[in-house]
Design a protein around this ligand. Structure first.
Ligand code: MN
Ligand code: MN
Length: 426
């Protein structure tokens, strides 16, 4: 157990409180500065659910020290936490990797994170030249390039074809049922995050070209596709899934070849998310939003890419239209999710972790590390929508807010009226 004082002392507090000054002594210092009314408020806060903390925190038995060090708020939550809201965390680094000749894949779905009914995620690596086999599936697919370069194709029902190259920070969207391909390019292939709008989606449950042909009688393949017995004998007997292949030619050469058999589509299935101008830039960081308003094909997935500077906070907010599925790309942070009646859970998040926020639940994300905290917020929705606590409180008549909070008009006016999304640390 992480302690700054003797665990036997009735005054001992978990390190997390004293280090961040979130509650405890620093609250009293602040309260003294604000006057006696605030002192009464602070004392009241420290008494919330006192039965869950205090002396009972001592832990003389065994512990998994590396896990505790990575998750200081998870095992020893802030005093403001209470009750159970269900799982809000999982990590790709706990998920089994399926390793193939040309790369690997692992997934965090509803099976790993049961409340996530709307979204499942897959993290995949393809080495240079290697393919994720030609396939299609029941869910819409949204993807974010984490590393390297890839070439993607997707066919439209009208027979028009799309082909493009994607690099780090780019994304793509392929509608359910549309057949597509992904191939790693030079110099070192690629790694990407796939997001599907079905919590129970599985990468092991996609419709593969190799399997369909392997499970069709020879005479039907001859009749259907004009293939001779000798040609059919060459077809793969089992799935290819992820496999190495020759590097393709240039994108221009592939486009030219595609145009020989039919038209290229006008529909855009890729988007340069990281390269776009931020929707919000504040001293606390940046937010980029991609949804159907700027990327029309993405009708079922709305996404935010957030960069939080050390000490900064993604402000207290909630989303009216969907649950939130998060992927942490870099840094270290913590999130508290608030649910009725009076329940709250705080957990720590590191790179490669997944976070989950139930529909309309209140939450914030705080950068607790020394580097930028970078994460994706994903919603099964056509548009990114949010309410912020600050904006709500400042848009109401001051007396109404004062009646609810005991705060004076002057104190209420210190709350920012704008939706800042990212607020620098004090
Ligand atoms: Mn796919
Ligand atoms: Mn959110």
């Amino acid at each position: 157990m992480s302690m700054t004082t003797d665990p036997g002392s009735p005054l001992s507090l978990p390190r997390t409180y004293s280090r961040r000054g979130f509650l405890g002594q620093s609250t009293l210092t602040l309260a003294a500065a604000l006057g006696t009314a605030a002192v009464a408020g602070a004392q009241q806060r420290s008494q919330i659910h006192a039965g869950e903390h205090g002396n009972g925190i001592s832990n003389p038995g065994q512990e998994n020290k590396p896990l505790l060090d990575e998750n200081p708020n998870t095992n020893t939550p802030p005093e403001t936490d209470f009750g159970d809201i269900g799982p809000i965390w999982y990590s790709f680094d706990l998920a089994r990797k399926r390793v193939e000749e040309g790369g690997w894949t692992h997934q965090v779905t509803q099976r790993e994170l049961p409340p996530s009914k709307d979204i499942a995620g897959v993290n995949m690596r393809l080495t240079k030249g290697s393919f994720r086999e030609l396939h299609w599936h029941t869910a819409d697919e949204w993807a974010f390039m984490l590393y390297g370069n890839a070439r993607v194709t997707v066919l439209n029902p009208d027979g028009t074809m799309f082909v493009d190259d994607v690099a780090k920070g780019d994304l793509w969207f392929f509608p359910a049922g549309y057949p597509h391909s992904i191939q790693g390019l030079g110099p070192d292939g690629c790694e990407f995050l796939l997001v599907f709008d079905e919590g129970n989606f599985s990468e092991d449950g996609t419709f593969l070209l190799s399997e369909w042909m392997a499970h069709t009688p020879d005479e039907v393949l001859t009749k259907n596709s004009n293939l001779s017995a000798a040609s059919i004998a060459k077809l793969p007997k089992r799935e290819l899934y992820i496999f190495p292949a020759e590097m393709p030619g240039s994108l221009a050469a592939d486009r030219e070849e595609i145009e020989k058999s039919g038209p290229i589509t006008q529909q855009q299935y890729t988007f340069k998310m990281e390269a776009m101008k931020p929707n919000k830039t504040t001293p606390g960081g940046e937010v980029r939003v991609v949804d159907s308003s700027n990327f029309p094909v993405s009708k079922s997935i709305a996404a935010g890419l957030v960069v939080l500077k050390p000490g900064a906070i993604r402000e207290m907010h909630w989303h009216p239209n969907a649950s939130e599925w998060q992927f942490y790309l870099a840094g270290k942070g913590r999130m508290t999710v608030f649910m009725p009646p009076g329940r709250a859970r705080t957990m720590d998040f590191n790179a490669n972790d997944v976070g989950y926020v139930p529909p309309v639940a209140g939450h914030y994300i705080e950068n607790t590390g020394t580097e930028d905290l970078v994460f994706l917020e994903l919603f099964k929705a056509d548009s990114f929508q949010e309410f912020t606590l600050n904006n709500w409180l400042r848009r109401l008549p001051i007396q109404m807010v004062s009646s609810h909070t005991n705060l004076s008009a002057e104190e209420i006016r210190r709350i920012p009226v704008e939706k800042n999304d990212v607020i620098a640390g004090k």
